[in-house]
Design a protein around this ligand. Structure first.
Ligand code: ATP
Length: 448
């Protein structure tokens, strides 16, 4: 199978030029590996998050939503194992002052030229590896002396574990059931990079499914399959997706079994994790019981017994999936009769930031007025873009490049018979549609 091309540099440039993603605080030279989502990026990421929320929460009776705070009681992170164990091995280079992850040296580049792996230049002086905790620390309270140390959460999961009984009891849920949330997480990564692949501030979409011990492997298998189907439903190509099973040595201390959903980002990055599906056993609830002195047991009325549920976790990065969707969608195509060709973001219509663009063919004969009237009629139903500048070919190219699935053109015939053309981004086929049918036509094409 041919390797997927490396489109990262082209994407970074497209994302900036077309308002998807900007470097954070760019006018000050940028903040290391933190990114801002522009007008089109925020729509794209929101569509992905909405799809996840719909699949995990809205369409199921057995999963409840939650939005827990970023700042949590510091004991949370002792119980979870993060204070002691959320570390990466770090090496410094005394010559170039670079810092690298000791376990990922093969992926890192030494700042000295020519570009080589750290340690491979004669001048490199790497220190012994030491552990570096990835949690961001800050203090809570007005007086610094008496303020307590708090952490910016490095994962959203712990907010779910500590609310397990609150949610179960308030919503009268019975095991098996799950809790899902979307929220920011922060990790002081030693070697962030590859655009929004690994950043220091990111968003996670996590779901913890609480099950009776003994039924855990069955649920684990089910969630593994469901999550893969979700990624396929997002339009990610089947040949770019595969599972990676964590072997004995790779399993986290809490995990009984773990699979990653990996996606082929192309080039040298290749297949990388986008989601983790983990069987965490009763590790988390047991730890929180111990550290909080509060029982976190479930009472099974049917069998009249109490137990600490096991947890199947699905944990996916909203930014990483956004990047996967962009990489998956990017393509360059020749156009018949044109020298330049076109760049297309073949995004699944459901996640495309703009669903349709509306053009008057010319700026006269009542065409702009009619186009604007159509725009006003449809804008509450779909995110739209109106464009009347430049040749129609240029306007098509602009929309192709940001992934707009449909372009609606008002032409000379439109004002006479109340029909417009609708051009399909991928097939380039044009349908003539009655204006009164336009909303239903687009809605039909945008489902799924
Ligand atoms: P990695 O090995 O890539 O650092 P991880 O195994 O530590 O990831 P988890 O803790 O399982 O990742 O986090 C679950 C998901 O959160 C990942 O699959 C990824 O999509 C996302 N994620 C984790 N760290 C980052 C980050 N620094 N930037 C963006 N997304 C991240």
């Amino acid at each position: 199978m041919a390797a997927q091309p490396d489109v990262m540099d082209k994407l970074v440039s497209l994302c900036k030029r077309r308002g998807f993603i900007f470097q954070s605080s760019e006018i000050y030279g940028g903040t290391g590996s933190v990114w801002d989502y522009g007008p089109l990026g925020v729509e794209l990421k929101r569509n992905i998050k909405d799809r996840w929320w719909n699949a995990m929460v809205r369409s199921r009776d057995d999963i409840e939503g939650l939005d827990a705070a970023i700042l949590m009681h510091p004991r949370t992170w002792e119980a979870s194992g993060h204070v002691a164990g959320f570390v990466d091995p770090l090496v410094d280079c005394k010559t170039c002052k670079g810092r690298f992850r000791a376990d990922k040296l093969e992926d890192a580049r030494c700042p000295q030229k020519p570009s080589k792996q750290p340690g491979q230049h004669d001048a490199c002086q790497l220190t012994e590896a030491r552990n570096f905790n990835l949690m961001f620390k800050t203090s809570m309270g007005a007086l610094e002396e008496s303020a307590s140390v708090v952490y910016l959460r490095p994962e959203t999961a712990q907010g779910i574990f500590v609310n397990f009984l609150n949610v179960q009891q308030s919503m009268r849920q019975k095991v098996p059931f799950g809790i899902a949330q979307i929220g920011k997480a922060f990790r002081n990564e030693i070697t962030p990079g590859n655009f929004i692949f690994r950043t220091r501030e990111f968003e996670q979409m996590e779901m913890q499914f609480f099950v009776a011990p003994g039924t855990d492997m069955e649920w684990f298998e089910q969630w593994k399959q469901l999550r893969m189907e979700w990624h396929l439903g997002l339009g990610l190509s089947p040949e770019r997706l595969k599972f990676h099973q964590h072997g004995e040595g790779e399993l986290a201390h809490y995990a009984r079994a773990a699979f990653d959903v990996t996606f082929d980002f192309g080039g040298t990055l290749g297949f990388q994790e986008i989601e983790g599906v983990h069987n965490r056993g009763d590790f988390d609830l047991t730890q929180h019981q111990m550290f909080s002195n509060k029982k976190l047991e479930y009472f099974d009325q049917l069998n009249n017994k109490r137990f600490v549920p096991y947890v199947i976790e699905t944990s996916v990065g909203a930014d990483r999936v956004t990047l996967a969707a962009l990489v998956n969608a990017y393509r360059e195509e020749a156009v018949e009769g044109e020298e330049e060709g076109r760049v297309v973001l073949g995004l699944h219509p459901a996640i495309a930031p703009i669903k349709a663009a509306i053009f008057p063919l010319t700026k006269k004969d009542g065409q702009p007025e009619m186009a604007k009237a159509i725009m006003n009629d449809l804008r509450m139903a779909f995110p739209l873009d109106y464009d009347e500048s430049g040749s129609i070919g240029k306007r098509y190219r602009r929309q192709d490049e940001v992934g707009t699935p449909f372009c609606i053109t008002v032409d000379g015939q439109s004002t006479a018979d109340q029909t417009v053309t609708v051009r399909d981004r991928d097939t380039l086929a044009q349908d003539r549609v009655d204006v009164s049918q336009l909303k239903a036509y687009l809605a039909g094409k945008l489902v799924g």
